[in-house]
Design a protein around this ligand. Structure first.
Ligand code: FAD
Length: 547
């Protein structure tokens, strides 16, 4: 089987499929190659406001109403209820200690709740990836993408900015000539191996192992700790994080009752598990539940829906993200850790960037130019470093809950400032804007400074430091984010519970360089309550690009 196309995309996760579809909308001849078949299991389920804003922008720009409807829980339920999802109202954190049940100490509880939306209808979601990725593949095919699943690629050569891919499909050999190739194959590193791209892992700090599964009948934290003070949203309808000495656990509940959960363990944490720390995920899982009684109770009657998996190290990183004739999607280029749920938002941002690059090239070379690819490469490199520093800082901060709650504010300040700025407008520049404070003179340098301060406190041994040192860090962090703090974060009076607070936002209009009146005018957009856009079959602007 021989074929040529303009763009070949390797890997049909949401990133590959969405980009393939957008390029088909732009009039490109696209082939999407997948090793497996859909529906298939995938990790990486929890979305964030920035992810959903990307989805909305893609929907509006390229005429894809389903993407707009998948961007809030309410619209999703109304229009696509057959795709399984979970309600995510915010980010919930509890600190557990070995052998002790989680303690309700009122406002002094080691509990942090940060709302990401003001109400259920506007909330983010957890994606059941088997359903959502399958949906995006089908829509890509509807848009004209040629989709080849069960395809095992064996080689890729790039010469003079064009690619030749070889492989097998159903026992038949396949040869594909493509003007441009995009690797969306995730951590498998297909193109990296073919092009001999060196690893860049040694420039990163975060290291964690993963034990994970999908479960039925996981109990609610609210039922295990019923006296906890009411928070800004129901604790369990969130990305729930259980912080432990060895790392942390995520627990994401879907509306139909299933839960995706996994422990991320530091090298020191994994080593402390002694004999359980072999490659048997089930043994490690059970040992961790035994060590932490409240988590143990949450999962006491849980049934595993798949064998518990174990990955000794989840991080990977390459040294280049693009070159003449090729580009990597973020998950193929680098992965840090699920902490702070950066993966989907970052992946969708890259879909936007590459889509714009191909849009610009549509009436010329039909592939992104060298300057755009260099910009893409530089953006991903800086952003991967930034994500690593914010997450590595949070791992250091696990030494004491006060440190962790403060470090989390760095992440929330960056994303809430970006979210509000994006909701206020911004045009094409938004897609190229730096992720997680990259390029921002205030937030940009903070990730490294915070990480270094934390390392001094913990002496890189997990020590909690002195009460004075911790108080100083908390105070410093609050001051450091002040010029971007539009959400009233790092406020001791809040008792670690942060609702979406439009009054604070109005009061802090000057931080956004705007007036109270203009903010008030934009309130429906800020609340995510604007009218549904009209989706032309072929948006007017694109007709010009693609004709
Ligand atoms: C434990 C864990 C939890 C996470 N939680 C979150 C979270 O809560 N929120 C969040 O935003 N992010 C999270 N992430 C990150 C998230 O998983 C990724 O950002 C996301 O999956 C990237 O999607 P993708 O479409 O780029 O790639 P993938 O989902 O990795 O899809 C890659 C596709 O390529 C195919 N493929 C692989 N190799 C080949 C090949 N050689 N040829 C053809 N096809 C191939 C695969 O079969 C697959 O279909 C998490 C990651 C991990 C590890």
């Amino acid at each position: 089987m021989r074929r040529s196309c303009e763009v070949a995309i390797v890997g049909s996760g949401f990133a590959g499929s969405l980009l393939a579809r957008v390029l088909a909308v732009l009039g490109y001849d696209v082939v999407l190659l997948e090793r497996g078949t859909h529906p298939r299991f995938a990790l990486g389920e929890s979305t964030t406001p920035l992810a959903n804003l990307s989805l909305e922008r893609l929907a509006v720009r390229y005429g894809m109403p389903d993407c707009y409807r998948l961007a809030t829980h309410g619209r999703w339920m109304e229009h696509l209820p057959e795709l399984r999802r979970g309600l995510k109202r915010g980010f919930t954190y509890y600190r557990h200690h070995p052998g002790e049940p989680f303690a309700d100490r009122g406002l002094d509880s080691e509990r942090l709740l940060v709302a990401a939306s003001p109400e259920d209808a506007l909330a983010d979601t957890h994606w059941m990836r088997a359903d959502v990725d399958h949906h995006f593949v089908r829509r890509a095919v509807d848009a004209g993408v040629e989709y080849l699943d069960r395809t095992e690629l064996t080689s890729a050569e790039i010469e003079d900015g064009s690619a030749r891919l070889r492989g097998r499909r159903d026992g038949v050999s396949l040869e594909l000539e493509a003007g441009f190739v995009i690797d969306a194959s995730g951590p498998g590193g297909f193109l990296a191996r073919q092009l001999g791209l060196p690893s860049g892992l040694d420039r990163t700090y975060t290291r964690s192992a993963l034990v994970f599964g999908h479960f039925d009948d996981v109990r609610l934290m609210r039922d295990e700790a019923p006296t906890l003070q009411e928070g800004p949203y129901p604790d369990d309808w969130a990305a729930v994080h259980h912080l432990i000495d060895e790392g942390w656990m995520y627990s994401l509940r879907f509306d139909h009752g299933a839960t995706s959960a996994g422990f991320l363990l530091t090298p020191r944490g994994l080593a402390s598990m002694g004999e359980s720390a072999d490659t048997d995920g089930t043994r490690l899982w059970r040992a961790l539940l035994e060590r932490y009684p409240t988590i143990g109770r949450l999962f006491a009657d849980a049934r595993t829906m798949m064998p518990i998996g174990f990955v000794p190290r989840v991080q990977h990183r390459l040294t280049r993200a693009a070159g003449a004739g090729w580009a990597l999607m973020p998950h193929a280029y680098a992965f840090v850790d699920p902490l702070f749920s950066t993966g989907i938002a970052w992946g969708l941002r890259a879909v936007e960037r590459l889509a714009l690059a191909f849009e610009d090239a549509a009436s010329g070379d039909r592939k992104p130019d060298a300057a755009t690819l260099a910009r893409y490469d530089a953006a991903l490199s800086e952003e991967a470093d930034q994500i690593d520093l914010v997450v590595a800082g949070a791992y250091e901060a696990l030494a004491h809950f006060d440190l962790f709650a403060a470090q989390a504010m760095l992440y929330f300040a960056a994303v809430s400032f970006a979210e509000v700025s994006q909701r206020l407008g911004g045009g094409d520049d938004v897609a190229w804007g730096g992720f997680l404070g990259v390029g921002d003179p205030v937030l940009g340098p903070l990730a490294r400074e915070s990480f270094e301060r934390l390392r001094r406190i913990t002496a890189e041994t997990g020590a909690a430091g002195s009460a004075d040192a911790r108080a100083e860090f908390v105070e410093w962090l609050g001051r450091a984010i002040a010029r971007r703090n539009v959400a009233g974060l790092a406020d001791p009076a809040r008792g670690n519970m942060y609702p979406v607070d439009f009054d604070v936002l109005m009061d802090r209009h000057a931080l956004l360089g705007t007036s109270r009146e203009r903010l008030l005018e934009r309130l429906p957009a800020l609340r995510g309550q604007g009218p549904e856009p009209t989706f032309a079959e072929r948006p007017e602007r694109l007709r010009a690009v693609t004709s």
